[in-house]
Design a protein around this ligand. Structure first.
Ligand code: DX5
Ligand code: ZN
Length: 214
């Protein structure tokens, strides 16, 4: 089953609890939560204080995407929300083995993300140790960017390896996902689709979600 994880980055923060309620009624499976530190990416979003409010309002699980340098410094601050997945960037840490172990011990799913220029080959040794591979289809940092089609090939490559080795890793894709790009990434093997602007900019979230994962 294909799952949709609307990105709260594109929601109206003036009425966050209402947005969370609306998107759940519209069929969201997970809430994608984008944490940006102004170092790993050239933008700052929000951190644990705002996620506390999100966690209070949400009934559906959280899918936290840490776009932060040296995520090992802050894992506990996010694991306390018991996210379904806590995802770090391959490019952001030299402590990946410890990061993976810490997330796993806390009982959350281990997510690993790669930027558009990072090849799948770089994370192959980690695929049997994680639960989620997040393939970025834009440079991380901002919502509303154009989908980069080379992500399709990367998803296919990762999917082929996962099937060949009978691994349980799910592939998630993030960036520029809409009704046009979703069939392409689903055909390539993505099972969890993140979409921000294509959902939250629409008057009916349910129709927007239906168009993406139909
Ligand atoms: C980008 C974030 C995305 C972003 C997606 O750095 O990781 O999750 O919110 O936004 P759209 O769907 O608008 O590309
Ligand atoms: Zn994201």
């Amino acid at each position: 089953m294909i799952q949709i994880a609307p990105s709260l980055l594109a929601a109206d923060f003036g009425c966050l609890a209402e947005e969370i309620n609306k998107i759940e009624l519209a069929g969201a499976h997970l809430h994608h939560v984008d944490v940006m530190d102004g170092m790993f990416v050239p933008n700052i979003s929000f951190g644990p204080v705002v996620i506390e409010a999100i966690a209070q309002a949400a009934k559906k699980p959280l899918d936290i995407h840490l776009m932060i340098e040296k995520p090992e410094r802050y894992l506990a601050d996010y694991l306390k929300f018991k996210p379904k997945y806590l995802t770090v960037h391959f490019e952001a840490t030299t402590e990946l083995a410890n990061v993976v172990a810490t997330i796993r011990e806390a009982g959350s799913g281990v997510g690993l993300s790669i930027k558009p220029d990072t090849p799948v080959a770089a994370i192959i040794p980690w695929l049997d140790k994680i639960d989620l591979l997040l393939v970025m289809s834009v440079e991380p940092g901002f919502g509303g960017q154009k989908f980069q089609p080379q992500a399709i090939e990367k998803i296919s490559e990762a999917k082929a390896y996962i099937e060949e080795h009978d691994l349980q890793v799910k592939i998630e894709v993030d960036g520029g996902i809409d009704a046009i790009t979703s069939p392409q990434v689903i055909a390539a093997g993505a099972e969890i689709l993140v979409a921000g602007s294509a959902i939250y900019s629409q008057s009916s979230y349910a129709i927007a979600i239906e168009k993406i994962i139909g």
